[in-house]
Ligand binder design. Structure first.
Ligand code: TTP
Ligand code: MG
Length: 449
């Protein structure tokens, strides 16, 4: 059987943070740009444009030293929100080529294009098109390495920097690779490099040729790994990164139909709490909240609102959901099912909201930590009572808690106790509303048939 050689693309953005700054401020293009802190600051260089690298500026160098080397550079603080947003645009672009994408870091990804060749042509053509798309869509430059495994593809990308497309095939291992300095191998850091130099090994070829016993005497168990690196062998497979969800929702079917406003509100707050926590786990903050109500007659209504600012905390999502429930004017009708869905996500919104919402975000993250440690029932949102903003509370017997009465709903009590939700609530994640079986009747162990 013919087994095609795998074709992996390793994409690494060029001078990523600095390039994002140059893309959004075209007047900076072609100039030395240093990202990491203002002039005169005490920070270190996160990265710098290739124009600044020509003056010797490097990542991790103190800003002061960078200033001395390149006084004319433009010095900028780190704006992580902008870089994360660019990262997500890029990943979306990569996924338009293949769904076999592994996100390696904020500015690196691997794509397995083995199966795309019939559709898009040879790997080099795919790489060239991708480079153009990245440039056109984001104004950014990238280097792309093509190889039969993750190791050779990454090395090929590094050798192609900046802006190039490189290719390393198995045949190059005994050819081009041999002349490379050992330090070019990913995994050979400065310390290993020095130890290899002490053995007189400075090139990859030397590392290939030295008797294994000599290498083993010097590096013990590490010798095997070094040898594999020298021959560009890797058993690592591409680990596909799942795409971020488009929507996250929870819904619950009551054990018995409910027509009591307070129970509905409390249940809705619990569902919003779960949806917000799930979104945060994905690093997402929603702009849109949808509330779904199914009446005992099976008539179902939904109401949704999109907000200008992302809702980064559970109380914000809960308050929005409660507002929507009010608008649905359920009145005294009997309700069978209640649901909350959050969607229209903003990626990396947490950094963006730190300026004005840091208390809420810090609290939300603390709550996540409690959930991870003690389980999701340890700490829940309480509230939705009397129109006040929902607050957090934990522990048994607090069904009547009003969020400590704090207007910003930030009083939190951690405990290993029971849920604050009075009725039998057993929401479950659903893919969103409208999907065939999203009626969710089986969502609760107490659901009615
Ligand atoms: P890199 O890909 O290592 O660097 P780069 O993209 O700036 O430049 P190159 O063209 O050589 O790939 O890292 C990606 C981003 O991660 C970089 O733009 C800034 C950030 N970063 C830090 O903040 N600190 C660090 O020590 C490193 C290595 C990167
Ligand atoms: Mg990079």
């Amino acid at each position: 059987m013919f087994v095609p050689t795998r074709a992996l693309l390793h994409v690494d953005m060029d001078a990523f943070f600095a390039a994002v700054e140059q893309a959004r401020r075209p007047e900076l293009r072609g100039l030395p740009v240093v990202v990491g802190g203002e002039r005169g600051g005490r920070g270190v260089v996160s990265t710098c444009s290739y124009e600044a690298r020509a003056f010797g500026v490097r990542t991790a160098m103190p800003i002061g030293q960078a200033e001395r080397l390149c006084p004319q550079a433009v010095f900028l603080p780190v704006d992580m929100g902008a870089y994360v947003a660019a990262h997500h645009r890029l990943v979306e672009l990569f996924r338009s080529v293949t769904d076999l994408v592994e996100v390696v870091s904020i500015d690196e990804a691997r794509l397995d294009v083995t199966g795309c060749r019939l559709l898009f042509g040879p790997p080099r053509a795919i790489a060239r098109r991708l480079q153009e798309q990245v440039h056109d869509a984001c104004g950014l430059g990238c280097s792309i390495g093509i190889g039969p495994n993750v190791l050779l593809a990454k090395l090929a990308a590094e050798l192609a920097k900046p802006g190039g497309i490189g290719e390393l095939a198995e045949a190059d291992v005994r050819g081009r690779l041999r002349d490379l300095p050992v330090g070019e191998l990913h995994g050979v850091g400065p310390v290993t490099q020095e130890r290899l130099a002490a053995l007189g090994l400075t090139t990859v070829g030397m590392l290939q040729d030295i008797p294994f016993a000599v290498l083993a005497a010097a590096f013990g168990r590490g010798a095997h790994g070094l040898r594999q690196l020298a021959f560009g062998r890797s058993v690592a497979t591409l680990r596909r990164t799942p795409a971020a969800p488009k929507s996250i929702g929870h819904e619950t079917t009551f054990a018995e139909d409910v027509n009591d406003a307070e129970t509905l509100r409390r249940t809705l707050v619990a569902l919003a709490d779960r949806a917000a926590a799930d979104a945060r786990r994905h690093g997402l903050a929603p702009h849109t909240v949808t509330v779904k109500v199914r009446f005992s007659t099976f008539h179902t209504v939904t109401r949704r609102r999109t907000f200008g600012r992302p809702l980064a905390t559970a109380p914000a999502v809960a308050a929005a959901a409660l507002g929507l429930l009010d608008e649905l004017a359920v009145g005294a009708r009997w309700v069978r099912l209640l649901g909350v869905v959050v969607s229209s996500f903003r990626h990396g919104a947490f950094q963006l909201t730190l300026d004005d919402g840091w208390r809420e975000v810090a609290l939300a993250e603390a709550v996540d930590r409690v959930h991870r440690r003690y389980g999701s029932r340890a700490l829940r949102l309480a509230g939705g009572l009397g129109g006040s903003a929902p607050g957090l509370s934990g522990g048994a017997g607090q069904a009547g808690d009003r969020g400590g009465g704090a207007s910003d709903g930030l009083s939190a009590v951690a405990s290993g106790g029971a849920s604050v939700i009075a009725p039998a609530v057993a929401g479950r994640p659903v893919a969103g509303f409208g999907g065939g079986s999203a009626g969710g009747l089986a969502g609760s162990p107490v659901a009615r048939a």
